[in-house]
Structure formats: C-alpha cells, structure tokens
Design a protein around this ligand. Structure first.
Ligand SMILES: Nc1ncnc2c1ncn2[C@@H]1O[C@H](COP(=O)(O)OP(=O)(O)O)[C@@H](O)[C@H]1O
Ligand SMILES: [Mg+2]
Length: 249
C-alpha cells in the first residue's frame, strides 16, 4: 500500500521545466531518498509535497486522500511534516519549550480537557519523547541558542517529530554538518526507520546509500531511475548522469 502517492506532477517556472511528470510512491515506514544534482528540482518537489508551492498539474495523495490543493497547515494536521527551511526555532526559549510548542500546535484543543497541571505534564512527556527520538534529551533545559549546529538540526527534527507525522519530509538535513554531527543525525534517522515514512533529500551519498530503502534520481526535473540502493548504484544511466565515477558508498 502506498501512504504517499505522487502522480504526474509538472511545474514550470517560465521556460524552465522544474518538475517533469514526476510520479513516486512512499510505503508506510519506507525511507525514500531523492538524489540529484544541484538545480534538479528536489527542493521544489518537496515544496509541492508540503504545500509550499503548487504544481501546475498532477496530484499528491496521502492515505488515498487527494491533498494537492490543501494548505501547508492542513497537510501538517493530516500527517505531513516538513523539517528545515520552514521551522523557526525560538532561540531564547528552552529546547524543551520549542518542542512543547510544536506538540501543542499539533494537538490543538485536545489537551484542554486536562487540568492545567496535567496538561503541562502531558505536553512535557510528549516533548521529551520527541527530544529522545532526536537524541537531545540531555539538552532539554538549555536555551535553543546554546545548541551546536548539529544539535540545532536535530532540534528541528524533534519539532517535526512532535507533530506525530505519518510522513517526514527532510530536505538536506546534513547540510552544514560534518563528521560526528552528521553521524549522530544518521544514527537518529536509522533508529527512526520503520516508524515513519520518510522522504529524504541528501547530498551525502554515504548516508543515502546506508539509509534508503528506495532511491529516486531526479535530473532536470525528471525521475530517471527509481529502485533499491543496489539497483541505483549499478544503473548506467544514473552513473552517467549523476554518480559519475565517484563510487557511491
Ligand atoms: N520560485 C522560483 N522561480 C523561478 N525559478 C525557480 C524558483 N524556485 C526554484 N527555481 C529554479 O528551479 C530549479 C530547481 O531548483 P530547486 O528545486 O531548488 O533544485 P534543487 O533543490 O534540486 O537544487 C533551479 O534552476 C532554480 O533556480
Ligand atoms: Mg535544494
């Protein structure tokens, strides 16, 4: 069964065909990576999934429901969480408070039946669970501004997880991190695998080939290949267009 289903998406910016007849499926629990050169249209595609930008034609469905015309906020409520580039972390608030705000935003009025003290405890528990999933439980009491760059990125992940998504959309979560920070993020994603369906855009091929169940290759707005890491690694079209002679992973 397909949880997220994309059919024949097309988008032009003037003469530029940035999305060309893109179709893809994401199964429950699947990590589906999208790779491709700079300017291929990866971020634009994620924007069309999250509702940030509208396709000219084609459709996006979540659990069989057509969400092509739904707003970003509606998509978050239905279970699509996009991390990075829309998240604004409040630097003077604590790490825990930043996540608690996201929990409350998602749950809407569902906490109002609790007494205030119980409400705070429930919010706290949900926020701590998301922080633990992002490997930040020991940073809960710090101000967000005190986090390292890599921890900042994991806080953005925790905020996305706090919305209890069905599908996580991650656009280059490793960008600007390196070494141990990147490794820590990859470890979190590996631990979360299976619990969430994930669409991952990432340039770090080692991470992509280690994590992905399926990889789609986007070149000039078009998916030129889609398959298991093994299939993609050995696809001559992909090697010619993108991977080149750089041995992937
Ligand atoms: N709002 C826009 N208006 C015009 N061109 C855009 C817009 N957004 C992106 N583009 C162009 O679309 C192409 C794909 O961009 P993008 O989706 O950011 O690629 P990627 O994430 O794969 O690097 C680029 O050539 C970019 O300049
Ligand atoms: Mg991009």
């Amino acid at each position: 069964m397909s949880l997220l289903s994309v059919r024949n998406l097309c988008k032009n910016y003037g003469a530029l065909e940035v999305t060309r007849n893109v179709s893809l499926d994401v199964a429950p629990g699947e990590l589906h990576a999208i790779i491709g050169p700079n300017g291929a249209g990866k971020t634009t595609l994620i924007g069309q999934l999250s509702g940030q930008n509208a396709p000219d034609s084609g459709s996006v469905s979540l659990e069989g429901r057509d969400i092509t015309r739904r707003s970003m906020a509606e998509r978050v409520r239905l279970g699509l969480a996009r991390s990075f580039q829309i998240t604004s972390i409040l630097p003077r608030f604590s790490v825990l408070e930043n996540v608690a705000i996201a929990v409350q935003a998602r749950s809407g009025s569902s906490y109002r039946f609790f007494a205030p003290v119980a409400q705070e405890a429930a919010l706290n528990d949900a926020a701590m669970a998301a922080l633990a999933d992002a490997g930040l439980e020991d940073r809960a009491g710090l101000r967000a501004s005190a986090l390292s760059h890599g921890e900042h990125r994991r806080l953005e992940l925790a905020i996305a997880l706090a919305t209890q998504p069905k599908v996580l959309l991650l656009d280059e979560p490793l960008a600007g991190t390196g070494g141990e920070e990147a490794e820590a993020f990859v470890q979190r994603l590996r631990a979360l695998k299976g619990r969430y369906a994930t669409v991952l855009i990432e340039h770090d091929m080692e991470a992509v080939f280690a994590l992905a169940d399926r990889i789609s290759v986007l070149v000039y707005g078009e998916i030129i290949a889609s398959g298991s890491p093994e299939v993609i690694r050995n696809d001559p079209k992909v090697r010619a267009a993108y991977l080149g002679d750089e041995e992937a992973a």
